[in-house]
Design a protein around this ligand. Structure first.
Ligand code: SF4
Ligand code: SF4
Length: 74
C-alpha cells in the first residue's frame, strides 16, 4: 500500500495531477503555498488505487508515493 504525499511548496498549480488521476480524487485547494500557488489535496484517500500517475505527471516532483509507514531512515 502506498500513500500519496504532496509536498505543497513545490507545486506550481499546473493541474496535471488533477486532470490525470483516474479516480478523480485530487483537487486544487483554496490555500496558497509559500510561492503563491494553489496546490492539490486528496479528496478521498480511501479511493486511491496507488497507480502513481499523479506522481509521474507532476513536472515539479511534488508528489511521491512512499510506502505506508516508510520513514526517512529507511
Ligand atoms: S496514485 Fe493514482 S488514484 Fe491515487 S491520487 Fe494518484 S493518480 Fe489518483
Ligand atoms: S502536477 Fe504537481 S505541480 Fe502540477 S498541480 Fe499537481 S502537484 Fe502541483
Amino acid at each position: 500500500m502506498f500513500v500519496v504525499k504532496i509536498t505543497s511548496y513545490l507545486c506550481k498549480d499546473c493541474g496535471y495531477c488533477v486532470k490525470f488521476c483516474p479516480k478523480h480524487i485530487l483537487e486544487i485547494g483554496t490555500e496558497r503555498n509559500s510561492r503563491g500557488f494553489f496546490y492539490p489535496h486528496l479528496t478521498d484517500a480511501s479511493a486511491c488505487i496507488s497507480c502513481a500517475i499523479c506522481a509521474s505527471m507532476c513536472p515539479e516532483g511534488a508528489i511521491e508515493l512512499p510506502a505506508e509507514g516508510e520513514t526517512d531512515n529507511g
